[in-house]
Design a protein. Structure first.
Length: 437
């Protein structure tokens, strides 16, 4: 939806800082910022007074002060409730809180710049987040605030319709290819060791499966790509694939090496039809030079530039990881979620540009937050396919109701015909058919 299809919002404020510019341009599609009360020429526009003194006739939001600061420090935050939604940075005015400072705090991931103890995978732990502690991690709270604000301003302006921001639901199914194949195309010695390990551990189904795959009688179980492609064709949905492109095998990086002919054929085949991105290895989070080498390797394989990414294990640290991605040429980033719980890490369900809080500047790195991943639902939350289906539908309905961008993450090895995963495969197929068929 183009910006000229939404209403103009004129915001008066006494100081137009980098933070002020960023948050208002992020939240509103057609915005005019001014520090002069006289510059209000458009009678059809919506006027917001973002200052400490009221102006007769204008909707008043009193600043809490965060948007005129330049330091990063522990904020004194107390939550309350308004219109059934959590709020913080309470101030007097036509809104009982500074919605713009609160939105900036959440979107900039302000809390992730403060000292914290990383989790097992060197990530910011969700248990440290305000959204988790205050019970709104499962809500895109900023979008909900915006929806309430739009309704209030519509009533005040005696308008039947008011649009402050684009609202067009979009679904993007994405897939992380961490391991393209379970048995095939791996060294013979690895399959032999795996065969005897499974035999000694009494995993007879895997012994038979491995033998059938290796002898050519059965397809590799992780090779679910034809089935995935059939769903996309049938329902006319456009996926994004993220490829783990291994140059150096490690504990958490176990895909076939980038030099594998079979892996390259798969990556090229999928890239001819769909958008693809790099899945930077876990090791690239520590060994910085690996990121650029992996990106170059993937670009060489598919013979075209790659500008999107999602980090393996969702391992990233602000601001270092995002700065490195920008320096490498990445412009679209899909890691904004937790690997230990599903929900809205940035409390937002629209793409937004990253604000580098350390440098106090908006950047060109566009963040696409997601709220559901199969592995998180299964491994971290302990859900079965039935519970995961309910969770997935909840997030779909929530984001659709707010006109957001709904991104799911599945793995090819969750969509196999192995007995353990058949319910997940069927769950995903049913979800797609129910909502997009």
């Amino acid at each position: 939806m183009e910006s000229d299809s939404v209403d103009t919002v004129v915001v008066y404020t006494t100081r137009i800082t980098a933070r002020v510019k960023y948050i208002f341009h992020t939240l509103f599609a057609n915005i005019l910022l001014t520090d002069s009360v006289e510059v209000f020429p458009d009678k059809s526009a919506i006027y917001i007074n973002y200052s400490h003194k009221p102006i007769e006739g204008y909707f008043h939001v009193v600043p809490a002060g965060l948007l005129t600061e330049e330091d990063i420090y522990e904020q004194s935050i107390k939550t309350a409730h308004w219109e059934g939604l959590p709020i913080f940075f309470q101030t007097p005015g036509d809104l009982p809180f500074d919605m713009f400072s609160a939105s900036f705090y959440l979107l900039s991931r302000y809390e992730e710049y403060l000292p914290y103890e990383p989790d097992l995978y060197d990530r910011y732990p969700h248990t440290n987040s305000m959204a988790y502690k205050e019970g709104f991690l499962q809500q895109p709270l900023i979008n909900q605030w915006l929806q309430k604000l739009q309704y209030i301003l519509c009533e005040r302006a005696h308008r039947s319709v008011l649009r402050l921001y684009p609202s067009a639901f979009r679904f993007i199914p994405t897939y992380d290819v961490d391991e393209a194949f379970s048995y095939l195309h791996k060294p013979v010695w690895k399959n032999v060791l795996g065969f005897y390990r499974d035999l000694l551990q009494g995993k007879f189904e895997q012994v038979v499966e491995r033998g059938n795959v290796y002898s050519g009688r059965k397809k590799d179980p992780y090779d679910s790509f034809d089935w995935m492609e059939a769903q996309h064709r049938q329902l006319a949905i456009e996926p994004v694939y993220f490829f783990l492109t291994i140059l150096k095998r490690g504990r958490y990086d176990k895909n076939l090496p980038a030099s594998s002919r079979h892996l390259q054929e798969l990556y090229r085949r999928l890239s001819l039809k769909h958008a693809v991105g790099l899945h930077p290895s876990w090791q690239s989070g520590t060994e910085k030079e690996l990121l650029e080498k992996e990106l170059q390797a993937l670009q060489k394989i598919i013979q075209r530039p790659v500008s999107i990414s999602r980090n393996h294990y969702l391992r990233f640290r602000l601001p270092d990881t995002y700065r490195q991605l920008l320096a490498t040429g990445i412009s679209e980033e899909y890691s904004m979620a937790y690997g230990t719980i599903n929900g809205f890490r940035a409390s937002y369900c629209q793409p937004f540009y990253w604000y580098d809080l350390g440098k106090e500047t908006a950047t060109t790195l566009r963040i696409h937050p997601f709220c559901f991943m199969d592995a998180t639902s299964f491994f971290s939350q302990g859900y079965g396919a039935t519970e995961a289906a309910e969770e997935l539908q909840y997030y779909h309905d929530m984001v659709k109701g707010l006109g957001g961008e709904f991104i799911t993450v599945f793995h090819n090895h969750f969509l196999t015909e192995q007995p353990q995963w058949i319910p997940w495969r069927e769950m995903y197929r049913d979800f797609l058919e129910k909502n997009f068929g």
